[in-house]
Design a binder for this molecule. Sequence first.
Ligand SMILES: Cc1cc2nc3c(=O)[nH]c(=O)nc-3n(C[C@H](O)[C@H](O)[C@H](O)COP(=O)(O)OP(=O)(O)OC[C@H]3O[C@@H](n4cnc5c(N)ncnc54)[C@H](O)[C@@H]3O)c2cc1C
Ligand code: SF4
Length: 569
Amino acid sequence: MPNFNIDAEKANTYDAIVIGSGISGGWAAKELCEKGLKTLVLERGRDVKHIVDYPTANKHPWEFEFGGRLPLEKQEEFGRRGARIHESTAHFWMKEGEQETVQEKPFQWTRGYQVGGKSLLWARQTQRWSDLDFEGPARDGYAIDWPIRYKDLAQWYSHVEKFSGIAGNYDGLPQLPDGEFLKPFDLSCVERHFQKTIQQNYRDRHLIHGRCAHVTEPQEIHLQQGRAKCQHRNLCNRGCPFGGYFSANASTLPWAERTGNMTLRPHSVVHSIIFDEEKGKATGVRIVDATDGNTYEYFARIIFVNASALNSNLILLNSTSSRFPNGLGNDNGLLGKFISWHNYRGQISGRSEDFPDKMSTGKNPSHSYIPRFRNLYKQETDFLRGYAVGFGSSSRAVQFSRVGIGEELKKNLFDRSLGPWWVSGWMQGEVIPIESNHVRLHESLKDKYGIPQLVLSCDWTENDDKMVKDYMEQMTEMFEKAGFTAINARDSGSPPGSDIHEMGGVRMGHDPKTSLLNKWNQLHHCLNVFVTDGACMTSTATQNPSLTYMAITARAANYAVDEINKGNL
Ligand SMILES: Cc1cc2nc3c(=O)[nH]c(=O)nc-3n(C[C@H](O)[C@H](O)[C@H](O)COP(=O)(O)OP(=O)(O)OC[C@H]3O[C@@H](n4cnc5c(N)ncnc54)[C@H](O)[C@@H]3O)c2cc1C
Ligand code: SF4
């Protein structure tokens, strides 16, 4: 691609470039700017400023043109997910036409292209990994060994938790280390009941408060960010004017901006990373400006790749040179392979006939959680690894009849009663990374920016099917023991990707022959490029992943600054 602005090289030179401004990119920007590095953040989407760009945050239900549900033609713009997108948050979801892909096998790729990325849309569940997870691949003999352990990340978990604000309970479970918690959201009477029946019937299973990135007790560090106590409005994905939950927009990006060291460039679709053959390192990043279609180049000593896992794979695969004809750092041909995600296929719902005298007041933006209990210390099932479970009990809905006309209808509308407690559980299974699950660049098809389309070729394995079956059996048993009725356990059969947690393709490892990144998230063969989003994940565990991306990013950013100061980068 021609370079249109060679003369501007000096003006376009920074200490660091961060690609992507979502959950992980926001953390890279914060850490690098705080340490004094002039940092350029390249973001393909539009700018979304905290509070001012949350147009629906304070709207009443009746103020939505379509009553909340998108009309069919609008749903189609968002592909398969369209029917589930609410009118109040549609502006934060990517429309299909923005980036075409080739689905060699069905894959539902979830994207949020704007400043803040998916940090505006996430469900904010945040659990630490334990050594049972980091040691999993080595112990159970799949994928490759992680080059880090819990002790390498523990201080960084604390670092990001204190700043982000994590509500949670101290549970003392070895499989889910406790963190730096603010007070948790209350469990409902049904959740407490389920917690008790699990405790009575199983020694190894626990229902705990969800751990989530909400400021339930603002500390000085949150007030300094301009964030206030979560108001339990439960309208989080519209953008929260209180900064009650953690998003890059409310937290890390404004913090980075305040240092005076951050330059944020929205509408910058990163095309590739520039590798200088003579210097033997990456020197910058090539972008296509989404507003004028022109190509620009920016230069820096270090580059953080945080475009979300699959886009980070795409960018690296598209960063070719005579030294790296198959993509940056891709000497072993494994770039784009061992893509993984979480298995959300197992679902269960039911009803509680208990507690007819109780109802919930207020709203709970979180839910409860059952940490993994399968194959924790020894192999006990016919599948590898295990699953965690999200559990929720919805508030009792008001029931009334709409039958009749005139007086009869009026009478029915006013004759109201409270419905039952509905309960539901959803599975978060560990998917084993395998080489055949991969992404690659299409040989000829390009997107509207002239960037090769990504071919998605990922599928479930027998291990996933067996895990879903076990989930349905075990959860049915647990629901029955709790006395829930109308139990319906099912396999949603959803395609990979629906599970929103994309991982792998640029995995960390000890050995450059079998991995792409070292233990500091540097490309083995191009040390000034760091990949710290989900692409770096060697395996997936069962925890929601973003807290681990944040901790890994903060750790790598601080290491990068130390290396620069030592003259090594
Ligand atoms: C509905 C939903 C619920 C979720 N719930 C949870 C949860 O409870 N807990 C949890 O841990 N995770 C959850 N997730 C997942 C979580 O959102 C992601 O793990 C997280 O956002 C990943 O961070 P990231 O920085 O890698 O990517 P993102 O936050 O997606 O940010 C990537 C950024 O890079 C930009 N970008 C992409 N390509 C380019 C390019 N070529 N050039 C420039 N910029 C580019 C994007 O526009 C985006 O802003 C959820 C996701 C969704 C959609
Ligand atoms: S529940 Fe909390 S974080 Fe969510 S919108 Fe309300 S105040 Fe904000």
